[in-house]
Ligand binder design. Structure first.
Ligand code: DX5
Ligand code: ZN
Length: 223
């Protein structure tokens, strides 16, 4: 059974001065995607647990927290406590990936493992059975508004096959450069959780954009 389509707006492209209103305006989405950057693993610095806590109070939607940080094990408990429902950690930033995933699960959160565009799928072979979701980056992490790297779609299709061959129940998320006009391609490749930052917050009517994305995604599945 295919997993349902989940639209996850990335608040990185929201107006941080009006964050509660911005989050309220995406209530028709499925998750709120929150990008945490540390200025070390990625060349940008964004938000920490106190902001997650504020977002938690501004919405009922599950929070999908994407950690682009070094030393994730040290911070995972803080993000769990602040209200994350799912916590994603990068393969490239976690030397003890299996342990970090176990830590997320022990805190009762959904565990997600994240791959940069250049990182091969083989890196997650031995943790695939331990995660709820794999996030395939379709841009190099650090900034919103970049163009989708096409090879990510091929990677998603290979990942879908890898998951099915093992009979696992793992969701596939894509993050970076997804908009109304290419969402059908990413769904056809095999992703079901769709992150979009500028593709939603760069438009006038967020709810209308989310509805359009959902429509295109569902239609791509029917075809
Ligand atoms: C990039 C972040 C993304 C980003 C996506 O490092 O992980 O979540 O906000 O933004 P768009 O959809 O604009 O590429
Ligand atoms: Zn992200």
């Amino acid at each position: 059974m295919a997993h349902p389509i989940r639209i996850a707006p990335s608040i990185l492209s929201a107006d941080f001065g009006r964050l509660a209103e911005e989050v309220a305006a995406i209530a028709s989405a499925d998750y709120v995607h929150v990008d945490v950057m540390d200025g070390h693993f990625v060349p940008n610095l964004t938000i920490g647990p106190v902001v997650i806590d504020a977002v938690r109070r501004a919405t009922k939607l599950p929070l999908d927290v994407h950690l682009m940080i070094e030393d994730a094990e040290r911070w995972v408990p803080d993000y769990a406590r602040a209200g994350a429902d799912s916590i994603g950690v990068h393969v490239e930033a976690c030397p003890h990936l299996h342990r970090t995933i176990g830590q997320i699960r022990e805190l009762g959160k959904r565990a997600c493992v994240v791959l940069n565009p250049a990182t091969p799928l083989e890196m997650i072979e031995w943790v695939l059975r331990d995660v709820h979701m794999v996030l395939v980056m379709s841009v190099n992490p650090g900034f919103g508004g970049q163009k989708l790297i096409a090879s990510a779609l091929e990677k998603i299709t290979a990942l879908r096959a890898m998951i099915e061959a093992r009979g696992l129940d793992v969701e596939i998320e894509i993050d970076g450069g997804v908009k109304v006009d290419n969402i059908a391609d990413v769904v056809r490749a095999g992703a079901n959780v769709i992150v979009s930052g500028s593709g939603i917050f760069g438009t006038k009517d967020y709810a209308a954009t989310i509805a359009k994305m959902r429509e295109h995604a569902e239609a791509a599945r029917r075809r």
